[in-house]
Design a protein around this ligand. Sequence first.
Ligand code: MG
Length: 308
Amino acid sequence: MAGYGEATLPPYLPDTRETVLEFLQQVQADQLIVTDPQVLHAYLHSLRPESLPAIAAIDIAWHDLQGKLEAKGVHQLYELNGTSEAPGMFTIGISNHNEIQEKVAEAGEIPVLKIKTGNGMDKAIVETIRRFTGKPIALDANQSWKKDVNSLKLLHWLNKQNILFVEQPFHKNENDLGTIYKDSPVPIIADESFQTIEDLDLVTGQFHGINIKLMKCGGIYPAIQIIKAARKRGLRILIGCMSESSCGCAAASQLIALADWYDLDGPLLLRNDPFKGLNYLKGRINIPSGPGTGVLPVGIFQGNASAI
Ligand code: MG
């Protein structure tokens, strides 16, 4: 029996393919034969605590195997529901006018558009989308806004445009958002400003919610610890991904019952997804019914697939 995991590498973390492989070579297989994920993480952190994508890869594989051994989905190991009321999202990258029209059409029946800005064109992009659809929009500004008097004006304008939330409007080191946090009519979500549970103090009172990604925090177990602690602080929860295949996104999908929103369409943006078993219906994830994370390798790995 095998458990499968995956590491992808957020560009703002120091990890590289080499550091992940070095980490994996250090791991002693017999140390992974434990039944408590806290013990597993104590061991992994004793090797090199900053290697969070590599730790996430082992965490995902461990959970996959643990689920298979108990004939349960990972969400069942944590007594979580296998469903979520959160709407599906369709991602539109930074696009020109014609591409936006095409992408809006391509989204079909998927209820929410997630747009990635970053070029100071937020208002123009939203105005263009509104010529074609009134669907709710999740806006990821990717640290592109300058914090000034116009920020609140823009947030108030966006609030009239059926915007669900604005993700990471300012630079990740901009930690003084108290006034904007208080006055913004739209929830502001931390992505680059939030990585691990240690960052909760930094974002509380500055953001309305956090984007949790397995690669940032080190996997399923730490993500659950973050969600529990974040809820006590009244933070909203978005579960996101980097460029994971169905392997990493199936792992993250096990937690969607705990989230207000999820953005796990990484596999849909891959040409060579090396795993199968994760399905989407109108952008919503059906948590795979199989044990563990519920996905399996397709058998033939092609090209530079991101799975390890
Ligand atoms: Mg983001």
